[in-house]
Design a protein around this ligand. Structure first.
Ligand code: SF4
Ligand code: SF4
Length: 348
């Protein structure tokens, strides 16, 4: 039996949803959505579930992840119920439900908690520098180890269990029986979508945004690979150094454009930025910028006398790796790719 929670709407509004209860169920949003297909209709159905407080249906649904927030539905809604923003809020809410630690929910709904977490991580980095006697070389060396430990630790302790919870809520609990072979065959789909996000091309007038996202994903993953596995700050290999400069510049340039778009609010998708949206783009921008500056300081031999340059980068990196990646908007990249994978499995 479906459980209706009359307080669900109130909770959802803390994740950014607003005005969706003005919906009178006309279906225009679903008919204009270029990504909705037969058997995969949205967002009207999600608006209905939200209005009626049917959170079980929402929790078991992959549809909020199949939306790429082009904003068409919000533009055409005759009641200005903002279905596009509701889908975004549902993604935040789902992220909080998948997260076993409960931290995602806290950070998505409380700016104070987010600021406190950022300050706590910054304080940890300063303590670490004190412990290292402010020795630049030692901090650089252990900072590099931290990157590796943070990536594997966050994946094993937070992201993997959360993905298993998502799988349980969307496949096991609703009763889908998926043969092992299908999981293996559909893996191709998972990786293609993870690296290309090609489904976003299905949104009308979305080519520039898709291209920017594509460049950003490739730039970000390459920067991660260059700094973590090729030790960009410690290497003397010219191709790696030049490659690192190029990818950090790409990350900086593309994210600057994203930040500018959110400031100008020129498109429907950037009209309702929440603190988690700002945090994501600003920290990504700072990652590209500070990584670039650190490498310049190494190449011009000024890092020893200006070790605070690396401290700033390490602080940004630690906040990114310990807050935004496991609990913030970064997770959407992962959940969306898995949602497309799971949706392929359940469609059979
Ligand atoms: S277009 Fe607006 S009013 Fe019509 S179903 Fe969608 S959200 Fe509701
Ligand atoms: S924002 Fe775009 S992709 Fe998402 S539901 Fe609305 S029309 Fe569809």
């Amino acid at each position: 039996m479906t459980r209706i929670d009359p307080k669900f709407g109130m909770r959802l509004k803390r994740y950014g949803a607003f005005d969706y209860d003005a919906c009178y169920n006309c279906g225009t949003c679903t008919s204009v959505c270029s990504l909705a297909r037969k058997g995969e209709e949205f967002p009207r159905e999600m608006v209905r579930y939200s209005v009626t407080g049917n959170q079980e249906e929402i929790l078991s649904s992959l549809k909020p992840w199949l939306c790429y927030y082009c904003g068409e539905c919000s533009t055409n809604c005759p009641r200005s119920a903002n279905p596009g923003e509701l889908m975004m809020s549902l993604r935040r809410w789902l992220t909080a439900q998948y997260d076993w630690t409960g931290i995602s929910g806290l950070l998505f709904t409380s700016l104070k908690a987010t600021i406190a977490a950022l300050i706590a991580v910054a304080a940890g980095v300063i303590l670490f520098a004190v412990f290292m006697n402010f020795d630049t070389e030692a901090i650089l060396k252990y900072g590099h180890y931290f990157e590796m430990a943070a990536i594997s630790g966050v994946f094993a302790v937070i992201l993997l269990p959360n993905l298993i919870r998502m799988w349980y809520f969307t496949i096991i609990k609703p009763g889908f029986k998926v043969p092992i072979k299908s999981y293996i065959v559909a893996l191709k789909e998972l990786f293609i979508h993870m690296f290309t996000q090609k489904r976003a091309l299905g949104c009308d007038d979305n080519q520039k945004r898709w291209f920017e996202h594509f460049i950003l994903v490739i730039g970000y993953l390459t920067l991660l690979f260059t700094t973590v596995f090729l030790d960009w700050f410690g290497t003397s290999s010219l191709p790696v150094i030049i490659g690192g400069y190029i990818v950090s510049a790409i990350v900086f340039i593309v994210t600057t454009d994203f930040v500018a778009g959110r400031i100008k609010k020129s498109r429907e998708i950037s009209r309702h930025s929440r603190p988690s949206d700002w945090l994501f783009v600003i920290w990504l921008l700072l990652m590209g910028l500070t990584a670039f500056i650190v490498r310049v300081a190494i190449d011009t031999d000024i890092l020893k006398d200006s070790f605070w340059i690396y401290m700033i980068h390490l602080t940004v990196l630690a906040q990114w790796a310990l807050i935004i990646v496991p609990f913030g908007k970064w997770t959407h990249f992962l959940y969306r790719s898995f949602a497309i994978y799971f949706s392929k499995l359940t469609s059979k």
